[in-house]
Write a protein that binds this ligand. Sequence first.
Ligand code: ADP
Ligand code: MG
Ligand code: ZN
Length: 476
Amino acid sequence: MSRQYETVIGLEVHVELASKTKIFCGCSTEFGGAPNTHTCPVCTGMPGSLPVLNKQVVEYALAVGLATNCEINQYCKFDRKNYFYPDNPQNYQISQLYLPICHDGFVEIETGAGKKKVGIHEIHMEEDAGKLIHDEWEDCTLVDYNRSGVPLIEIVSEPDMRSAEEVNAYLDKLRLIIQYLGASDCKLQEGSMRADVNLSVREVGAPEFGTRTEMKNLNSFKAISRAIEGERARQIELIEEGKSVIQETRRWDDNKEYSYAMRSKEDAQDYRYFPDPDLVPVVISDEWLDEIRAKQPELRTEKLARYEKDFGIPKYDAEIITSSKKMADMFEATTAICKNPKKVSNWLMVETLRLLGERGQSPEDITFSPENLAKLVDLAESGTINSSVAKEVFEQIFEKDIDPDAYVEEKGLKSVSDEGALKATIEEIIKANPQSVEDYHNGKQKAIGFLVGQTMKATQGKANPGMVNKILKELL
Ligand code: ADP
Ligand code: MG
Ligand code: ZN
């Protein structure tokens, strides 16, 4: 009988924080910008320059720690992690080793197998490195320090996950918590959230963990799932051949679907960590912590319950809408104006997601205003426009945030519900289609559909379909 293996996974997740300025200087954190324009002596590692800690960074780190059930080290410190690399101008990274700001937390995830807690070993603050650009044409490497000193938190999980499904649920949970806190936009593709996957396998029932590898360079949920499958298979094969897994850092190549050895695993000793002598320890008072606790916004779990209870929308709707902070904000703001939660929810879940999908965008990319969506809901609900016109108007709102009242007026899109006028049109249509009328009288229900279609055509789609049906039946 072949042996059964269990996958054991722990993640190190880096998140770029949303502060306007860098962690130890006043330079902008904005993405893009001409190379080396968001820099100063501090973030380019000039001798004699001194770092000053950004208070906002500490507040974001605390907010994330509290939301993930962590203990807080109210006395915490920064340490130097020494290594040489050209994207790191100081030759050390300021990070936290001995006293990270948060530790021993957890988040609850839900998968097909039910609910489960994933432990968080610690969360620490650190600075990002610059970016190297390898120029193929000039055969040289250029460096851009705009990203150098951008604040990060690193969230280190316990080795509590057992499958790609659990890893995705965990990452999604973290993403939602952090987005709701406003601490980061957490875009995997753009690198504001990055995950390193530590993975080992062991025989089911074995008391000890196996030797793990660490995989870097994973920038989508799909890549993470493929990397987990690929690395699990590679390790099992080694073990079955009687060889052993080497503890090392590997780079996942998502095109080749294989990981490559990058370097042997470094230990803390390799970095000669020591407390940074330029920064004083951070003391977090009880009052400060209470203030942050009091400011914590409503998170997804609470929102979910409230949406079902206060707005009376189905759980299914609530789950989709709260799966993005932007959608949830849009839902609440629009509902506050038009007081029609279910219709707002429908526009967001159906048409909005369809149009976003077509454009390969995510809900965070929504640009229309709640005012205009609310006006559209009112127009459709009052019967001023019919449902196919409403869809057309919504596309305009989605793309250009137009004012639907003005648009409908200008394009003459109001539905024709003037009974007299409609009756006259329908009489004409009946006269022109004697065959259909006969079919109808002979019991062919489908014939009426044809006549409705003709009426819609004659009114350029603006007739109120309910009214057309009613008048037709009367006249026939
Ligand atoms: P180091 O300090 O050497 O980087 P850590 O103990 O900090 O090691 O662990 C780093 C990450 O690796 C954590 O997310 C942890 O959960 C994970 N991890 C540790 N041991 C294993 C293992 N045997 N299998 C899978 N993941 C592991
Ligand atoms: Mg580590
Ligand atoms: Zn700077």
